[in-house]
Design a protein around this ligand. Structure first.
Ligand SMILES: Cc1ncc(COP(=O)(O)O)c(C=O)c1O
Length: 460
């Protein structure tokens, strides 16, 4: 079994072994119960230490891919309920609903894959807070969130020209809680809200949950289509407009200044609340014009889920002091505040520079993987929406194959695609796919794209 480990790569060796083993199991269609070659043999053939191979196998045991059997070494596990639950988690993120296969590559997933997540600094910060901050371990946070954290976040927003005082920021349990509080507090059932199409599926669900009717504005590579937006505002007098400004989910595009200015003019003219969702902001160092930098009335939502950890659940909202006070009241009524412990951990990572260094590594890696992914798509002659220059996503479709045929090829290559309907506010099907740059260079994705190219080799 040749694993092709690259010792110069930024990905740790153990993680490369994990990925390569998963790929090998897939490509060889290894059945549940089959034995993996002995660790000693895998290590010898690939010039690896046995301890690295064992660690990789043990990680796969935790993931439910392998089982460790006395006297038999590692064997391929039977799909479990836990694995099914993991698949269901991904569906939540706009991934293709269960295909029934284990360890598929989630080419359309909404965050960084596990192999990109870094644990050392996070573990250090967790220990640090546990050792030194008893209140962080046991008490509620304050209504607006830990002052030390808010100060750090405000510092990070300054390069984006969002320069506001302390009373205008509040922490939340991820951007999700921020959006939820905004909708609960500032909208009422029967209101209309404008959302981008394609756009973020859980926002559509959240608005529907609160009895709000959706109006869709097409998302162009440069932001919402302002001509359609103007008509919607004139005709329906909606209460609010939600824009995922930078590195948009799912198209990867970013708002350009001229569109930002026009959106703002229209929102002001029609008295519409403007909510800027910028959860992917940190994935790129470029500044770019934020709506919240142009006008104080914009409500800005951010998060640390996409870079540091979705599990810490730390996000924030920036708005006028009056709006923040109202949101904070609802936040306390509905949740007694955010997690003080998680806030303290994040404040530690922002304060000691570890977060800044993490971003540098992630951005570098994303940038080279994006180039490679765009090249793969070009070689396979796919149509790419707006060729994103940053962020996590590319929105693309095959020029040559029907949607069903693309999905069949994906399944053959162990690749799970994004949902055909989730990104449409009304659930309309489309053949565009969200491609996660961080997954696109995996061997399974490469083989899949090649198989969709015209005059592709007949491998099946
Ligand atoms: C556009 C957008 N907004 C908000 C969220 C929610 O982020 P969080 O995990 O911080 O709640 C996501 C998550 O995928 C997203 O894509």
């Amino acid at each position: 079994m040749e694993l092709r480990i690259d010792r110069q790569a930024l990905v740790p060796v153990v993680q490369q072994i994990v990925d390569a083993l998963v790929c090998w199991l897939h490509c060889n269609e290894v059945a549940p119960g089959a034995r993996l070659p002995p660790v000693r043999q895998i290590a010898r053939i690939n010039l690896l230490s046995q301890s690295c191979v064992v660690e990789a196998c043990e990680r796969l045991v935790v993931k439910g891919v392998l089982e460790s059997r006395q006297g038999a070494g590692f064997v391929v596990a039977t799909p479990t309920l836990a694995a099914q639950v993991r698949q269901d988690d991904l569906c939540f993120q706009g991934a293709e609903p269960k295909s029934g296969q284990l360890c598929e590559l989630q080419l359309g997933c909404g965050g960084l894959p596990e192999s990109w997540r870094e644990t050392d600094d996070l573990i250090y910060a967790i220990r640090q807070v546990s050792r030194t901050d008893m209140t962080g371990l046991f008490n509620y946070s304050t209504p607006l969130g830990l002052p030390a954290l808010r100060e750090q976040i405000l510092k990070r927003l300054k390069p984006l020209e969002i320069d506001v005082e302390d009373s205008r920021i509040m922490t939340t349990a991820g951007a999700s809680q921020g959006l939820d509080l905004i909708v609960r507090t500032l909208f009422k059932p029967g209101d209309y809200a404008v959302v981008e199409s394609p756009g973020y599926p859980l926002l559509f669900d959240l608005l529907r949950l609160h009895g709000i009717s959706l109006l869709e504005v097409p998302r162009t590579p440069h932001g919402p289509d302002v001509a359609v937006l103007e008509q919607l505002l004139q005709k329906h007098r909606p209460r609010g407009l939600f824009i995922n400004s930078f590195h948009h989910n799912p198209t990867g595009g970013s708002l350009v200044p001229v569109v930002a200015q026009r959106v703002l003019q229209l929102a002001k003219k029609h008295g519409v609340l403007l909510i800027e969702d910028d959860v992917y902001a940190d994935l790129h160092s470029g500044t770019g014009v934020r709506l919240a930098a142009l006008d104080d009335s914009v409500i800005y939502v951010g998060s640390y889920s996409k870079t540091l950890s979705s599990s810490l659940r730390v996000g924030f909202v920036v708005a006028s002091a009056e709006v923040i006070a109202r949101l904070a009241e609802v936040k306390m009524i509905s949740s007694m505040g955010a997690s003080r412990f998680c806030e303290a951990v994040l404040a530690c990572l922002l304060g000691n520079g570890a977060y800044r260094k993490l971003l540098k590594r992630q951005r570098q890696r994303l940038s080279s993987d994006r180039q490679a992914a765009l090249q793969l798509l070009e070689d396979a002659e796919w149509e790419v929406f707006g060729k994103p220059a940053a962020g996590l996503f590319i929105w693309a479709r095959s020029r040559w194959l029907e949607g069903a045929e693309v999905r069949a090829q994906a399944q053959r290559h162990g690749v799970a695609l994004s949902s055909a309907t989730a990104f449409s506010p009304l659930g309309d099907p489309c053949d565009w796919l969200r491609i996660n740059v961080a997954c696109a260079c995996d061997k399974r994705a490469r083989a899949f794209f090649q198989a969709t190219a015209p005059n592709r080799p007949q491998s099946f």
